[in-house]
Design a protein around this ligand. Sequence first.
Ligand code: C2E
Ligand code: CA
Ligand code: CA
Ligand code: CA
Length: 277
Amino acid sequence: KSDHSGLGLASGGADDEDNGRRRLTTLEELRTGLDQGELVLHYQPQLDLATGLVSGVEALVRWNHPTRGLVYPDGFLSLAEHAGLMGRITTQVLDLAVEQCRAWRAAGLDLTVAVNLSTSNLHDPGLPEHVAALLARHGVPPCALHLEVTEEVLMRDAARATETLARLRALGIRLAVDDYGTGYSSLAYLHALPVDDLKLDRAFVAHCDTDPRSAAIVKSTVELAHNLNMRLIAEGVENEVVLDRLRGWDCDLVQGYHLSRPQAPDRLTPWLLQRQA
Ligand code: C2E
Ligand code: CA
Ligand code: CA
Ligand code: CA
């Protein structure tokens, strides 16, 4: 029973009724927050190991709550998913991310922006058209947008998910399997899915400098990805030794606190401009 959200969303025990009330309050506040535009994005850079350049960023949503401050995804996303709000959230996240991508490109920063999708998004047949229209409106090329889906999302309704993904990919958008290795991994779906990148979960990456089994998993997954003509992205890189190992194993992209924490664009942009110079 853990609750890091500060919102009292933990479940179970004698406080169930209180928790139920708090969840309802949070939900009401979230609906208002969505109307008021309280969602913001922080962006975490991704380093291309072949070129040594930051080639893209991942957009990570935060809720700028009027009294509680910045609320992280684990404090509201599962509640939102249960309440059927993920469609609205993803619409807002995509708007913000594509607009930011346009602004960076106008400033000479040629970055890709990765956005996370949830289960309900892949079950929305209108998503590909919506994304295509959004990109066209901002003049952002589809290849600048990456979409990430977890194994769990993919397995929920593989046929429907595969169709939506194929339509997104036909637009020229790059797709990644997120948290790779933590879900119900199946080689059958890897074989069948229209995806470009595997994003190996940080559970395997974080200790690959000291744990031989993690090291073996990372090395083999890089090979698997390359043999399937996919790129491997390692997340959760927290120190230089891990980074060196990944470079030696021919990993394609890395992301993690060692390079940068996710940051608001006004703080990240100067960092990006300085690195690029
Ligand atoms: P994720 O997609 O796996 O994102 C990576 C998470 O790991 C982020 O947490 C990031 O801040 C954190 N992280 C990055 N580097 C490191 C590192 O070196 N070490 C450690 N320990 N952690 C690192 P965050 O921002 O709290 O997001 C949590 C999850 O919430 C995300 O996991 C993603 O599944 C979900 N999420 C975030 N934004 C969105 C969104 O816009 N839409 C949807 N559907 N889901 C989102
Ligand atoms: Ca992700
Ligand atoms: Ca991940
Ligand atoms: Ca994750």
